[in-house]
Structure formats: C-alpha cells, structure tokens
Design a protein around this ligand. Structure first.
Ligand code: SF4
Ligand code: FES
Length: 237
C-alpha cells in the first residue's frame, strides 16, 4: 500500500492505481470527460488535472494517468488547478460548442465561453479521446472505426468514410462516447450508425427488436452458441 494525502486527507491506496481512482475510492470528486472504467486512460481531455507536491516541488498532472506515489500531497482544488481546469474547459467549449455534455459540464464548473477562443462548429462533438476506437477494437474486436487525417482536421469515422463491412451495428462506440458525437438511430426493425443501416432481430419471446442481426451472427461465430439461442432478449432470458 502507498501512503499519500489528497485534499488534506491521509489515505492509503493500492500500488499502481491512478490518483483519480484513489480519489474516487475516498469520495473525492475530480471532474473527468474521457476516462472510462473499462478502458485504458488516454489522457485526452486533461480535465482531471490536479496539483501534486513532492518535497518542495509541485506540478500539474493528469490524474487519470498518474499513479499514486508514497508521500505525495495532491490538491484537486488549488488555485492553480482551478485556473488550468477553467482554461481546458474554455478550450473544450470552443472546440465542441454543440456538445450538450460539454456545455452542461462547463456550467457545473462555472465556466463560460470566451470570445478569444472562436467556436468551431465543423468538427461535431468529438474530443478525439479514442474511447470509441478502443472499444470497437479491444472490447468488440472488429476495428470498424479509426481516426482519419491528422492535426486540426483529424476526425473519427469508418475508413474513407464509407459503409464499413466489418461493423456489426452494436452501438458500443455510441454508448461509450462521452460527448454524444456518434449518431445512432434505432427505429422499429432498423438501426442506422456510421452511414449503414442494420436489420434488427425481434426477441423470440416478447417480440421486441433488441439487437442487430449482424451483431448476433458475430457473437454466434465467436462463441459457438447457436444463433437461435441468442435470439431471446436479456429481459426474457
Ligand atoms: S467520437 Fe466520442 S468516443 Fe470517439 S473519439 Fe470522439 S469523443 Fe471520443
Ligand atoms: S479524464 Fe483524465 S484526461 Fe480526460
């Protein structure tokens, strides 16, 4: 175990966990946007910045990446942290002015859009955190999406922005996206995502459309469970 202090509170944390995890375990709230408990942190948004003091030196670190260290003092609400967090939030508001999640978070943190940062309405709500790409790659295992282009024009999507033939329409990318960038529409027996429309399967007990046919076929292939056995929704199993 590692001994450290967060916001004046002496705590013990398991070696190797992050400052964010240690803070949360102890009821200390740090604002986050791109961290997800099922995925490796990417440190993309920096909203979780905190101040770490070791001896006479202090620095701002990204708490979802920085691991706990013996004897450090962490401040999640110092003036320096507040200043950094405010600037990060102002930049996020300018980059993603149409994201309700970002607007609400900014309001919660008392941050308003600044005239010096011009709002960019062209990039949608994406903060380039990679959560969707990692989910598709490591959890679903199909790698249907990725980043295209570089620098200021970098954007997430299917290769060449065309209909993906490996996408199974599961929607995991849309569920994990912290800003609501990914458009997914499920109406009746169809679901549309990434420009492709999938046929949904109706539960063989209650008749409710619950999963795309391609997703169930994929699970059946991967697990060897017959497709028929997968055609019952979770509520009726
Ligand atoms: S679409 Fe959402 S999850 Fe994917 S990189 Fe952008 S913000 Fe992150
Ligand atoms: S939550 Fe830590 S960098 Fe985004």
């Amino acid at each position: 175990m590692v001994n450290l202090v967060i916001d004046g509170k002496k705590i013990q944390a398991k070696e190797g966990i992050t400052l964010l995890e240690a803070a949360r375990e102890n009821g200390i709230d740090i604002p986050t946007l791109c961290s997800h408990e099922s995925l490796e942190p990417s440190g993309a948004c920096r909203l979780c910045s905190v101040e770490v003091t070791k001896g006479n030196r202090s620095k701002i670190v990204t708490s979802c990446i920085y691991t706990v260290e013996e004897g450090i003092k962490v401040n999640t609400e110092s003036e320096r942290v507040k200043k950094v967090r405010k600037l990060i939030m102002e930049l996020l508001l300018a980059r993603n002015p149409d994201s309700d999640v970002i607007i609400e978070l900014a309001e919660k943190l008392g941050v308003k859009p600044q005239k010096r940062f011009l709002p960019d309405h062209d990039k949608g709500k994406c903060i380039l955190c990679r959560l969707c790409i990692k989910t598709c790659e490591t959890i679903v295992g199909v790698s249907a999406i990725g980043f295209s282009s570089r620098g200021a024009t970098k954007i997430v999507g299917t290769p060449f922005d065309e209909e993906s033939d490996v996408c199974i329409g599961c929607g995991a990318c849309a569920y994990v996206c912290p800003t609501g960038h990914i458009q997914m529409e499920t109406t009746g027996d169809t679901r549309t995502i990434w420009g492709r429309t999938f046929k949904m399967t109706a539960c063989n007990v209650c008749g409710r459309y619950f999963a795309p046919e391609d997703q169930l076929k994929y699970i059946s292939q991967k697990t060897g469970v017959p497709l028929k056995e997968l055609s019952t929704c979770t509520s009726c199993r």
